[in-house]
Design a protein around this ligand. Structure first.
Ligand code: UDP
Length: 324
């Protein structure tokens, strides 16, 4: 296995669901990790397994703030940047569209500082949301985009910044379009996300609320696979300047997801209930084209949906109720 010993990574949003697993993965490979998070949706609790690791440095602050970033780059010799901080959750972005657009202010400072300090690689967490209501299925990176919400607009601008900084300014940078990531520690509230919602409902003895008829699809990626792909990007120079889908390539209907969760719960009392789709839920299908991911990253997910759901279910069973 490749090592990140003597390397330092800055993870913005490192107290969030995806960022905390990434930080853990980087520490496991020997890196020193600087987490920058304002704890608006991230939680210190997400980092509890590694917060005491001497190689972990947590800074509470705004990843869009130039001075905060300047101080970090002045204090540490950073090799890698993962820019994961963002206002997340589709519903939240409806409630506070301007808050989402504030994330546009962070791209330039973090990339400028990355370039000035000659870091080795910058990675941006983009989203399948840039395909909006997809015009093509499976959706290809250089195919048609149909972004629908401010969150998607922010991600798209971020992608362009990262590409531009490589192609025009020579900074190795890559944007990864994450499809639906799930796993332990994911938020499970009225803000989303479906896997956590269904598992929580199963544990509370409530029916799993499938919106509409459940034929809508999403491409689910277990968090450990997502982290492995992101770290693999550091060692794949062919990904410089590229935007890459990160998915399984095998989408699941939401009804299938609900059935699988009912199965892994091993509780025959878990039932599925079809409920009307809320107004904000208008994206029916998602299906990534994954050949670029395979070619440039040599990456394929390891966890089947069922295995990932089992691990996620077990985690919620043990931890649910202990979280606020
Ligand atoms: N969904 C559902 N019941 C719920 C919550 C979500 O059927 O209680 C469905 C929703 O229709 C959508 C999918 O789950 O198709 C994924 O929703 P999520 O909010 O997790 O992610 P996103 O829509 O952003 O992909």
């Amino acid at each position: 296995m490749k090592s990140l010993k003597n390397k330092t990574a800055l993870v913005t949003g490192g107290a969030g669901f995806i960022g905390s697993h990434l930080s853990q993965g980087l520490l496991d490979m020997g890196a020193r990790v600087i987490v920058l998070d304002d704890l608006s949706t991230g939680k210190k609790e997400n980092m509890k397994d590694f917060l005491k690791n001497p190689k972990l440095f947590f800074i509470r602050g705004d990843a869009n703030n130039l001075n905060t970033l300047k101080n970090i780059f002045a204090s540490y010799k950073i090799d890698y940047v993962f820019h994961y901080a963002a206002k997340v959750g589709v519903v939240r972005t409806y409630e506070d569209p301007l808050g989402v657009l504030r994330d546009l202010e962070g791209f330039r400072p973090i990339l400028e500082l990355s370039k000035k300090n000659k870091i080795k690689k910058a990675i941006f967490s983009s989203s399948s949301e840039v395909y909006g209501n997809p015009l093509e299925l499976p959706s290809k990176e250089d195919g048609a985009l149909n972004p629908k919400i401010p969150y998607a607009a922010a991600k798209l601008v971020g992608e362009h910044y990262f590409r531009f900084y490589f192609h025009k300014l020579g900074l190795p940078a890559t944007a990864l379009r994450f499809f639906n990531v799930y796993g332990p520690r994911q938020e499970s509230s009225s803000y989303g996300f479906v896997t956590g919602i269904f598992i929580r409902q199963a544990l509370e003895g409530k029916p799993l609320t499938v919106y509409g008829n459940g034929t809508q699809t999403r491409d689910f990626v277990f968090i450990k696979d997502n982290v492995r792909a992101a770290i693999a990007t550091l060692f794949a120079p062919k990904t410089d300047g590229e935007v890459i889908n990160l998915g399984s390539g095998k989408p699941s209907t939401i009804l299938n997801l609900a059935k699988k969760i009912a199965k892994v719960s091993e509780d025959p009392k878990v039932k599925i209930k079809f409920v009307p789709r809320p107004e904000h839920d208008f994206i029916l299908y998602r299906h990534p084209h994954v050949s670029k991911m395979k070619q440039l990253l040599g990456f394929l997910p390891e966890y089947s949906l069922e295995d990932g759901l089992r691990m996620t279910y077990d985690w919620y069973k043990q931890n649910y109720g202990k979280r606020n």
